[in-house]
Ligand binder design. Structure first.
Ligand SMILES: Cc1cc2nc3c(=O)[nH]c(=O)nc-3n(C[C@H](O)[C@H](O)[C@H](O)COP(=O)(O)OP(=O)(O)OC[C@H]3O[C@@H](n4cnc5c(N)ncnc54)[C@H](O)[C@@H]3O)c2cc1C
Length: 192
């Protein structure tokens, strides 16, 4: 935390995107707080549907992460090497082959590794924290998030930058942004 009680960056959500954002920002020298509702033992779990994911990843994507962050991957997080992935429609009538080297992940191990990378880069981490809203003053976003900690206590954290990595475009932070012309533009863009 900086002298004025703020972090440089708050990353909301410690999934794949959040852990990598926290690692990258911390490696660049930022004071980072990473928040997630999951307990540390289940970091990366998609809480609504459990561990839902196909867990297939292209080697080129892991190489990209390695180039950008220095994180190296091996067993146990890389469970099985594959030479392609066959995507099949729900009615089994349409099949699409993605050729190329890749892996089936052990997802809990993979996410735990990404969290360890964020922590060793120097990010602070609070698990079991439910993010509820951006911090607003007079309908203006002033930089920060509010939510409930593991004891159900209301907490507010401030930062110069908030990264919404809660998963997707309809996160609680996104939904609670005040109406403004820029948000309207973004919504119009998404509809086309
Ligand atoms: C059925 C399915 C199959 C898939 N298969 C594949 C595949 O084979 N290969 C592939 O590469 N991708 C696959 N994906 C996509 C992949 O899972 C996502 O792209 C990836 O997980 C997105 O990462 P993320 O960090 O953005 O979000 P998430 O992984 O969803 O992380 C969001 C984090 O935010 C936390 N969070 C959410 N709301 C709050 C809150 N209010 N307060 C605190 N914390 C909160 C959650 O606990 C979670 O840890 C699949 C997805 C689905 C649904």
């Amino acid at each position: 935390m900086t002298a004025d009680g703020k972090y440089d960056v708050i990353v909301a959500g410690a999934g794949l995107a959040g852990c990598l954002a926290a690692t990258t920002a911390a490696k660049a020298g930022a004071n980072v707080l990473l928040l997630d509702r999951n307990p540390e033992s289940e970091v990366g779990k998609k809480t609504v549907w459990g561990w839902t994911c196909g867990d297939a990843v292209a080697k080129s994507h892991l190489d990209f992460v390695n180039r950008k962050t220095g994180i190296t991957f091996s067993r146990p997080e890389l469970d099985n090497p594959v030479t392609g992935v066959l995507a099949i429609s729900p009615d089994m009538q349409t099949k699409f082959m993605f050729d190329g080297e890749g892996f089936i992940l052990d997802r809990p191990e993979f996410e735990a590794k990404l969290l360890r990378a964020a922590l060793s880069a120097g990010a602070h981490y609070e698990s079991s924290f439910e993010v509820e809203a951006p911090v607003l003053e007079d309908s203006r976003v002033v930089g920060g998030v509010e939510g409930k900690d593991r004891n159900g206590q209301k907490r507010e954290y401030r930062a110069k930058v908030v990264v919404d990595a809660l998963g997707g475009i309809s996160t609680v932070l996104r939904r609670k942004l005040p109406e403004n012309p820029l948000r309207g533009e973004a919504d119009r863009y998404r509809r086309h």
